[in-house]
Design a protein around this ligand. Structure first.
Ligand code: SF4
Ligand code: SF4
Length: 364
């Protein structure tokens, strides 16, 4: 172990002694590996879903492809509605049940390892991250909005969440079931695909502005606009695992705060309680001091930092295992109990999918 002792300088506060990390950090490699797996998984589901839609649009000609229920992960509102339906009736909903199982898996992940869904699994979160990194290369830096702009903007995602929460919260079990059984509800996933396939000029401009904004401001979409991330952030407040700083081991270099994409004052706080923390471990990856910063349960009572964090800190592989375990346990459990697939006759899809663009929201 190498150490660096700063010489005391008269008239200045003595710098803390740095005990360098024993091992190089692997958290970002592991996290990017998990992100890549989920991007590939979503790409595969997207391709299969597209081929299924095309097959139905062509009247079922050619080789048929099955509908991949996993695309329902892109229907977060259906996930929320179905979860409420399950809570009210005790019954697993028949339409878009996978949306609910995936939603519950993400809630479980948020309860255990903070908002890891956003920085480890979500393809939009991954895209956002690569966009701000690309922006750093193109523009030389990212923009940090002043607090008086940043804080009200962060509230936007909670307003959107409140709106959806209010609408769903006021629906009875019958109303939820009726909505899902409308033609619009049955092919909500096809409508989502068609939005991107037949994107209009206005929508394309909005997407373009979001892409450019995401290159300038770190995690623009996740930080300010995503109601799903807002909900996962609120759930994550209950997580016993947090980023925790050891004041004795920390040398107050401030590198962690600079690296934090959520702009959190990691170098000043003893633990990060914020709903904005995504457990990305970027702060840990740049920390030069052994045991100074960890994603961990509360510390033990001990005299040395190593003892305080022994069997309390979660390494990146453990986080990846927790995320994968909850995700696959939920998916495989739903499959094993035959609750994963939406149970609809093929004739219904053959009728609705080709005319999905003309189906409007029941409230309109
Ligand atoms: S505090 Fe650390 S883990 Fe949390 S968002 Fe910031 S960099 Fe990521
Ligand atoms: S990176 Fe943060 S936690 Fe690590 S030594 Fe520097 S200030 Fe302390």
């Amino acid at each position: 172990m190498s150490t660096l002792a700063a010489p005391p300088v008269e008239g200045r506060t003595e710098k803390k002694r740095l005990v360098r990390r024993l091992r190089p950090d692997r958290s970002q490699k592991v996290r990017r590996g998990v992100q890549a797996v989920f991007v590939l998984l979503n790409g595969w589901l997207g391709l299969q879903f597209y081929l299924w839609v095309r097959w139905l649009e062509q009247g079922g000609q050619g080789v048929g492809v099955g509908r991949p229920a996993g695309v329902e992960g892109w229907l977060p509102i259906a996930g929320l509605m179905n979860t409420k339906y399950l809570l009210l009736t005790g019954r697993v909903p028949g339409i878009h049940p996978a949306a609910m199982f995936l939603f519950l898996a993400f809630v479980g992940i948020s309860l255990l390892v903070k908002k890891a869904f956003c920085s480890w699994l979500c393809p939009v979160g991954t895209l956002s991250e690569y966009l701000w990194r690309a922006g750093q290369r193109v523009f030389g830096t990212n923009v940090r909005l002043p607090k008086w702009v940043d804080i009200p903007l962060r509230g936007l995602k909670y307003l959107l969440l409140g709106f959806f929460g209010y609408v769903i919260g006021t629906m009875s079990a019958d109303a939820l079931s009726e909505f899902m059984m409308t033609p619009y509800g049955l092919v909500a996933d096809v409508k989502m695909l068609n939005f991107f396939r037949d994107i209009g000029l206005t929508a394309a401009i909005v997407v373009g502005v979001l892409v450019l904004g995401s290159m300038l401001v770190r995690n623009l979409w996740c930080r300010y606009l995503c109601p799903y991330g807002a909900l996962m952030g609120l759930v994550s407040l209950l997580s016993p695992v947090k980023i925790r700083r050891d004041a004795e081991a920390c040398i107050d270099c401030g590198k962690c705060a600079k690296a934090c994409p959520s702009g959190l004052a990691v170098d000043k706080l003893m633990q990060i309680r914020s709903a904005e923390c995504t457990a990305c471990m970027a702060c840990i990856s740049v920390c030069p001091a052994q045991d100074a910063l960890q994603l961990a349960l509360p510390a033990r009572q001990a005299t040395t930092a190593a003892e305080r964090w022994r069997r309390r800190a979660l390494g990146p592989v453990t986080v990846a295992c927790v995320v994968a375990y909850i995700f696959f346990a939920m998916v495989l459990g739903a499959r094993a109990t035959s609750h994963w697939q939406t149970q609809l006759p093929k004739t219904v899809y053959m009728d609705l999918v080709p005319k999905a663009n003309s189906l409007t929201h029941p409230g309109m």
